[in-house]
Ligand binder design. Sequence first.
Ligand SMILES: Nc1ncnc2c1ncn2[C@@H]1O[C@H](COP(=O)(O)OP(=O)(O)OP(=O)(O)O)[C@@H](O)[C@H]1O
Length: 207
Amino acid sequence: MRLLAEGLSARRGEDLIFNDISFALGAGEALVVTGPNGAGKSTLLRVLAGLLRAESGRLRIEGGPAEFAHPYELSHYLGHRNAMKQELTVRENLSFWQRFMGDSPGGSGIDVNAAAEAVGLAGITHLPFGYLSAGQQRRMAMAKLLVAYRPIWLLDEPTAALDAGADRLFAALVTAHLERGGIIIAATHQPLGLGSTQSLQMKGFTH
Ligand SMILES: Nc1ncnc2c1ncn2[C@@H]1O[C@H](COP(=O)(O)OP(=O)(O)OP(=O)(O)O)[C@@H](O)[C@H]1O
């Protein structure tokens, strides 16, 4: 399966945020998106996740399940915010995402307890999400990627708030995903500990 972006541009309000971005990623490949604050990294990820319409250009999947036309249907999106309800327990939040996302063809997610264990937080799934520290919350948001299988992971600043141990854990999770033939696009200011990756440096437009 390949994910292809061809000549993408996006606008927010009046402003063109980026123009003519193209890339092609095959199974097991990652793209790391870098650039200064405001360069458009989050905007690009939101376009890929189907949360924002591209102004022009095309996104498509080649050689994937025939019924999926847009990459967002095969993607997990981990945004700046963790997308968890503060007052629900960790287990309730993860169970929600498991049911809501469902598995894409070709794989299956792991159960909620196993996912919490995979991010090093097995003992606290009974706590309301809002009780967790910022780093624990980010780890649990990573567990969301594991409870339902999606071949494409779209990650916006995934390691923000993570300590060194969680950084290593995260690097192991993304490496395992790539080894299974997954595709990752990550916007980041920090190295993610991945081996060979494609990179896209966004510069933004000066006004
Ligand atoms: N809802 C919006 N309406 C209008 N402009 C917006 C909106 N959201 C973002 N922008 C603008 O789009 C530009 C790109 O923002 P974006 O969040 O994509 O940058 P980024 O590269 O992810 O930055 P950071 O490194 O700070 O996360 C910025 O100039 C921002 O002000």
